[in-house]
Ligand binder design. Structure first.
Ligand code: GDP
Ligand code: MG
Length: 371
């Protein structure tokens, strides 16, 4: 059953896909017809159709038409920056690579900003932007993907040339493959006398990562994250892979994004870093984020600069939510505050009811055997 698309499930349930999409939306999952759903999402949907909870709040789902009538207009799609996640074994140099990239590239072009850690940042290379997720790579993949948020376009697997392939290297490769995300191998610490990049290449062939020089199609770049060696080449390779992917989004629609990190600040209240995936988020926009909602009060980038708008692939830190969301929660902007509030409140109640009925949760098997 896992991997069934919304359209396939709709057929089984004798419902319109649009109805399922709206129901899914109400329980916090943003999906399209041909999207295959996670097991969690299918179970939530099953619960939605199977459990008549007294707690459930009925929201007129026709209120959501403003949102769902936004058809994908191919002519409106424009190129968007690639979103890159860096993964690899502990101590192989992920943090050093992220830090060197942000210190040498982030400040370029826009002087004066004080760099802050907001969980993601953007750099520029040859006039093109690249977005890096600055959260632990595995968490970004496991937590966020488990919640249905597939935000990464490219995975950089860092392997220390003096240490070679280790258990978390393999884990990282498996995560990237499961998410169907292209891999670039950064063979790090080549400055060390004990470095043996050829051995890393050799070891990775076992996992299907064959360098181009050996007839495969995996890009390998030998780098020294610590000394900034070959990082321009790594960035060029990222742009190359991004170009092949033809990453596009419609900046004109209402914003859709995913939470990268969130916390509760004593003075500012709930703060979330959101990666915008579709559309443009604006200060003042009413939003639903996971099971919370609110109105965008302040939006800042990783330099602490206030932004009025944020387009596709832009990471922004937002305030204005009622409570702190969770990493992987999806953000949806609305045209009017009333709808955002009713959807947000319904989701919140739904989540509370879910918790209470979790033990009696209808499984997918019960659902389909009862049809
Ligand atoms: P992480 O656990 O993958 O985030 O690894 P870190 O970035 O924390 O790096 C672990 C250690 O390796 C630190 O002491 C770094 O200074 C060192 N390191 C990282 N990259 C390089 C490199 O390119 N060359 C050398 N010689 N050391 C490096
Ligand atoms: Mg680290």
């Amino acid at each position: 059953s896992e991997g069934m698309t919304v359209a396939e499930i709709a057929k089984k349930l004798h419902r319109e896909p649009a109805e399922l999409i709206k129901k899914l939306f109400m329980i916090g999952v943003v999906a399209t017809q041909n999207q295959s759903l996670s097991k969690d999402a299918i179970e939530l949907l099953a619960a939605e159709y199977g459990i008549e909870s007294e707690e459930k709040v009925e929201v007129d789902i026709s209120d959501l038409d403003v949102y769902f009538n936004q058809e994908v207009d191919e002519s409106k799609l424009v190129e968007r920056p690639a979103v890159v996640t860096i993964m690899g074994h502990v101590d192989h140099g992920k943090t050093t690579l992220l830090d060197t990239l942000r210190n040498t590239k982030v400040s370029e072009g826009e002087a004066g900003g004080i760099t802050q850690h907001i969980g993601a940042y953007q750099i520029e290379k040859d006039g093109k932007k690249i977005t890096f997720l600055d959260t632990p790579g595995h968490a970004a993949f496991t937590t966020m993907r488990a919640r249905g948020a597939n935000v990464t376009d490219i995975a950089i697997i860092v392997v220390a040339a003096d240490d070679g392939v280790m258990p978390q290297t393999v884990e990282a490769i498996n995560h990237a493959k499961a998410a169907d995300v292209p891999i670039i191998v950064a063979v790090n610490k080549v400055d060390k006398p004990s470095a043996n990049p050829d051995r890393v290449m050799q070891e990775l062939t076992e996992y299907g990562l064959i360098p181009e020089a050996w007839g495969g199609d995996t890009i390998f770049v030998n780098i020294s994250a610590k000394f900034g060696q070959n990082l321009e080449e790594l960035l060029e390779m990222i742009l190359l892979v991004a170009e092949v992917q033809e990453l596009k989004a419609d900046p004109d629609r209402l914003a859709l994004g995913s939470v990268v990190e969130a916390r509760l600040d004593k003075s500012k209240g709930p703060i979330a870093t959101v990666l915008i995936q579709e559309g443009t988020l604006r200060v003042g926009d009413p939003v639903v984020v996971g099971t919370t909602h609110g109105r965008i009060r302040v939006m800042v980038n990783e330099k602490g600069r206030r932004l009025k708008t944020a387009g596709p692939s832009t990471p922004v830190e937002i305030t204005g939510l009622n409570t702190a969301p969770l990493a992987g929660d999806q953000l949806v902007a609305f045209e009017d505050e009333k709808t955002a509030r009713s959807v947000g409140e319904a989701r919140e109640k739904q989540a509370m009811a879910e918790q209470r009925t979790a033990t009696h949760r209808v499984t997918l098997d019960n659902l389909f055997s009862s049809l």
